[in-house]
Design a protein around this ligand. Structure first.
Ligand SMILES: Nc1nc2c(c(=O)[nH]1)N[C@H]1C(S)=C(S)[C@@H](COP(=O)(O)OP(=O)(O)OC[C@H]3O[C@@H](n4cnc5c(N)ncnc54)[C@H](O)[C@@H]3O)O[C@H]1N2
Ligand code: MOO
Length: 420
């Protein structure tokens, strides 16, 4: 197979991929999936007060010595404290307060009692069990202490991290700005879904695949366009895209046919070819270029700065696009977004089925991993066929086959894969 290895391809893509260091503030509710651009330090103890974890009563544990159902201890109930209320009262020997879960425990108390262990009394209460000091008692700061760094710069914000930020009282979250990715597809045979299909045409599945996958990986902002098979038009579109993009992804037109326009389009644009062809199936004819863009001189910034924009041109076959997104684009996004959660996850397992095609070179095979076993979907494994990939959750990498010389992959073989 012609070309460089997948690893070399990734290395070269990374070399020409910028890290986005610009930051912005986003609303807390929109922070999920973003990456923190600053350490987040607690500004107060949480909870800010000692609180009851039960609905019941708070009192002094010493008062309850020897309490049983037969010989209850009777305490005077001074007041009721519900969650959200605060009492300045100092509780004395023989006294208790009625208290609800989450309410601030008043001074003088050192335990809380489940109301089920009492007679639910209003003015006085009979308590049926002893308590140790500090039992059913949550201390202020048990969640976090003022001055503690709770989340570090570079943290991927998931639902838990977002909720921690909410608990800290943060409404605007400092995050790295999102990469601006422009998606262009080529192909005179390709039309957009939603219109009747003319003879000789197919619907554009690559654009939707790329945009939805990017969204799944946390990238919302991008521009998309289907461009006809004309190198002059495409080179203009590429130049336009380069004005706004941090990265450009194209599909189709990278092979050797008369209409494989990407080579000429990128030359006309003035982009530098870094590599063409990767030793992998599908996605072999992937073309990677870098475009040096000089930003305009502005009034405030008198020196023109040069920026490099990576242009990843994928083959048109939809399964090739699906595989290349994972192997080539994800590592670039991981670097660009400084988000380790985007990195590839590798898994090992055992083949449950035979792979019926012969294996030449390094191949990535769609599969479904369940309980350590790789199941192959029904339907063709051709590179232009996507329908059989529905429901698959991994790509088997034939480089991980125990017997590298083997041309077949059979049930029982140990093999590795990347998770989708
Ligand atoms: N003589 C040779 N022919 C081919 C070679 C070769 O080495 N010598 N390589 C083959 C391999 S491998 C691949 S992969 C393809 C790559 O072709 P291109 O990247 O130039 O892609 P296209 O020709 O434009 O399209 C390939 C295939 O995918 C369909 N397609 C394209 N765009 C879309 C889209 N947006 N949505 C859905 N489907 C799309 C297109 O209609 C073609 O069927 O070249 C082989 N040929
Ligand atoms: O590299 Mo192509 O995607 O094998 O069919």
């Amino acid at each position: 197979m012609e070309g460089i290895s997948v690893e070399q391809a990734v290395e070269q893509i990374l070399q020409h991929t910028p890290v986005i260091n610009e930051t912005e503030e986003t609303e807390l509710n929109k922070a999920g999936g973003r990456v923190l651009a600053q350490d987040m330090v607690a500004g107060f103890d949480n909870p800010p007060f000692d609180r009851s974890p039960v609905d019941g009563y708070a009192c002094k544990a010493e008062d309850l010595a020897g309490a049983t159902k037969e010989h209850p201890v009777r305490l005077k109930v001074m007041e009721e404290i519900d969650a959200g209320q605060y009492s300045e009262r100092e509780i004395q020997q023989g006294q208790a307060v009625r208290i609800m879960t989450g309410a601030a425990i008043p001074n003088g108390c050192n335990c809380c009692i489940y109301q089920e262990d009492t007679d639910y009394g209003e003015d006085t209460v009979e308590v049926y069990s002893e308590q140790k000091r500090w039992s059913n008692y949550c201390f202020s700061g048990e969640d976090f202490k003022k001055g503690t760094t709770l989340l570090k710069k570079g943290t991927h914000i998931g639902y838990v991290e977002a909720a921690i930020l909410a608990g800290m009282g943060v409404a605007k979250v400092p995050v790295y700005r999102q990469p601006r990715i422009v998606l262009l597809t080529t192909g005179d045979e390709v039309v957009e879904p939603g219109i009747p299909l003319p003879e000789g045409k197919i619907y554009n599945s690559n654009m939707t695949m790329l945009s939805v996958r990017l969204r799944e990986l946390g990238i919302e902002s991008f521009h998309m366009e289907a461009v006809k098979d004309d190198p002059t038009v495409m080179s203009e579109k590429l130049k336009e895209a380069a004005k706004v993009a941090d990265m450009i992804i194209t599909t189709g037109g990278v092979s050797v046919g008369k209409k494989d326009i990407m080579h000429e389009s990128l030359r006309l644009m003035g982009a530098e070819r870094i590599f063409w062809r990767v030793k992998m199936k599908p996605g072999m004819p992937t073309l990677f270029s870098a475009y040096k863009k000089t930003s305009d001189i502005t009034a405030t910034d008198h020196c023109a700065s040069e920026r490099e924009i990576p242009i990843i041109s994928l083959s048109g076959n939809p399964f090739g696009v699906a595989v290349s997104i994972e192997l080539l684009i994800r590592p670039a996004l991981e670097k660009m977004m400084q988000d380790p959660s985007i990195g590839l996850k590798e898994v090992n397992g055992i083949m449950a089925d035979n792979f019926e095609k012969g294996i030449k070179g390094r191949r990535f095979i769609r599969a479904y991993l369940e309980n350590g076993k790789f199941h192959l979907p029904n339907g063709l494994h051709s590179n232009g066929v996507l329908s059989s990939m529905a429901g698959c959750n991994c790509l088997i990498d034939t480089k991980t086959m125990e017997n590298q010389e083997s041309r077949s992959l059979n049930a029982g073989d140990k093999v590795g894969a990347i998770l989708l």
